[in-house]
Design a protein around this ligand. Structure first.
Ligand code: SAH
Length: 215
């Protein structure tokens, strides 16, 4: 189930879907996605699909992880990246192998703790995780060269734009359920440029820290 052939098949599929960045494809080939989900789901880890990770959340589809990462790496590879929505930690792990430092914020403690353990197990040491409401970003380490948001707010979060360096880029799915658009926001010294990319489907970005029990 985690054979090289299954992983090769996923990479071939991502290429067919239009992912061309060789570095991104290589990192996805080498990142054990099956370790970022419950064992019960692991047999499906190399399918190009989102899968449940508990608490009503999902590990993103490999295509969307590849696509967002590819966009973030252009035109120059960012050094310091902020991620909102750690979830399983899979996107965090992919990014950490491509940039210098990844700061990641998650609102559900159990998911954050699991991610921390997984990243440690894979000996990925350039990630910094925090339990908080991602709408506020992570001011302490701002500005960031790039921000990636992996849950969908209904409008572009203002505080996050403010934490981008000038020339920095944010990729974020924006909109109500079933009508979200992936957006690329570039912060320039004299304003903000917004570009609409493809239609996507993410879990909603929720205000406030999670306080309930685990599912
Ligand atoms: N990149 C992750 C995606 C997980 S799903 C992965 O591939 O595993 C989106 C995650 O965003 C969920 O874990 C959810 O709890 C988190 N999230 C939603 N709203 C948030 C907020 N306001 N602040 C921080 N995290 C949030």
């Amino acid at each position: 189930m985690t054979s090289q052939r299954t992983r090769d098949r996923l990479i071939a599929r991502l290429e067919e879907e239009g992912i061309h960045d060789a570095q991104v494809l290589e990192v996805i080939r080498n990142t054990p996605r099956h370790l970022f989900m419950d064992e019960a789901m692991a047999s499906r880890a190399y399918e190009d699909t989102a899968l449940p990770i508990g608490h009503g959340q999902t590990i993103s589809q490999p295509y969307i992880v590849a696509r967002m990462t590819e966009v973030l790496l252009q035109p120059v590879i960012p050094s310091k990246v902020l991620e909102i929505g750690t979830g399983s930690g899979y996107q965090t792990a992919v990014l950490a192998q491509l940039v210098d430092q990844v700061y990641s914020v998650e609102r559900i403690e159990h998911l954050l703790n699991q991610s921390r353990q997984r990243l440690m197990k894979l000996n990925i040491r350039n990630t910094h995780l925090k339990l908080a409401d991602g709408f506020a970003g992570w001011r302490q380490y701002a500005p960031y060269d790039a921000i990636i948001v992996t849950a969908a707010p209904t409008t572009v979060p203002h505080d996050l734009v403010q934490q981008l360096a000038f020339g920095g880029r944010m990729i974020v799915p924006v909109g109500e359920a079933n009508q979200q658009r992936l957006m690329l926001i570039t912060r320039e010294e004299d304003g903000v440029v917004e570009q609409e990319l493809e239609w996507v489907s993410f879990v909603p970005m929720i205000k406030g820290q999670h306080s309930g029990r685990s599912s």
